[in-house]
Ligand binder design. Structure first.
Ligand SMILES: Nc1ncnc2c1ncn2[C@@H]1O[C@H](COP(=O)(O)OP(=O)(O)OP(=O)(O)O)[C@@H](O)[C@H]1O
Length: 258
């Protein structure tokens, strides 16, 4: 069952008469099924963040259609779009974006409060998420008392706690050391497999991407290639590295693809 469908999405920045218009996306088609973990990769400036922002209804596509759980995003009013985002989407950012005046527990409670989840259910959800993400011991701490890895696991808990239709993650391991990155990705895989969470994640890092079921590669605003995971993650990692190396090189990138 598809949860997210993007059809022929384009994005042109720069209004007529102000500077030179720039087409960042040139007709992207993407379908993500329930319980899929999809990585979006591509060189710097290829349009990854633009695509993620359009999928998250933060930016509007210039042309094309985006549906999340059959809801066409362009058909929502501004008020309904904000409400839809709160209830149907979860976001994880590179710089965590936790509220420092709230404890970990209160940060996790925020999406539940915004969606008017009852106190008893909230407590159960917080306890379950805290266990899956290994943050139970730090529930009473404030974000400034945490390591980067802990902060990002809390941010992931907050993004997923209200069981959104899709979680959109923009470079979630970008500020983490390799050990913390691995632990975050293992937690996301667990949430993906146990809770059937649907995750779309932009990353530069082939190792981070190797935890996905599928990696979509964008080049110059267009879909360039798709890779599917295989049993051994290390082999998938290698294949991603090959594709990205080929993309960054001057030679015929397609000669690497198989
Ligand atoms: N608000 C904006 N106004 C004008 N141009 C923009 C804007 N946002 C992005 N762009 C341009 O659109 C193109 C795609 O940008 P985007 O941030 O989506 O790429 P990216 O693949 O995420 O890059 P990176 O990996 O460096 O973050 C780039 O050329 C960028 O300069």
């Amino acid at each position: 069952m598809s949860v997210l469908v993007a059809k022929q999405v384009t994005k042109t920045y720069g209004q007529a008469g102000i500077g030179v218009p720039y087409q960042a996306l040139k007709g992207i088609d993407l379908t993500v099924n329930k319980g899929e973990f999809v990585g979006i990769m591509g060189p710097s400036g290829s349009g990854k963040s633009t695509l993620l922002q359009i999928l998250g209804s933060i930016e509007q596509a210039t042309t094309g259609d985006v549906y999340i759980q059959n809801q066409h995003l362009d058909e929502l009013t501004d008020v309904n779009r904000a409400q839809f985002r709160k209830s149907h989407l979860g976001f994880i950012f590179q710089d965590f974006q936790l509220l420092d005046f709230l404890t970990v527990e209160e940060n996790m409670h925020l999406p539940l409060a915004l969606n008017q989840i009852k106190h008893k259910d909230s407590q159960q959800k917080i306890a379950k998420m805290a266990d899956i993400l290994g943050v139970r011991e730090i529930l009473k701490h404030r974000p400034h008392e945490l390591s980067g890895g802990q902060k990002q696991r809390v941010a992931a808990a907050r993004a997923l706690i209200h069981t959104p239709a899709v979680v959109l993650a923009d470079e979630p391991t970008g500020n983490l050391d390799s050990k913390s990155a691995k632990s975050l990705m293992q937690a996301l895989v667990k949430l993906n497999q146990q809770e059937l969470a649907t995750i779309v994640m932009v990353t530069h890092d082939p190792y981070t991407a190797s935890f996905c079921d599928r990696v979509v590669v964008i080049k110059d605003g267009q879909l360039f290639h798709e890779l599917y995971a295989e049993k051994e993650r290390s082999r998938f990692h290698q294949r991603i590295v090959h594709v990205m190396t080929a993309l960054g090189g001057e030679h015929d990138a397609l000669s690497y693809l198989g």
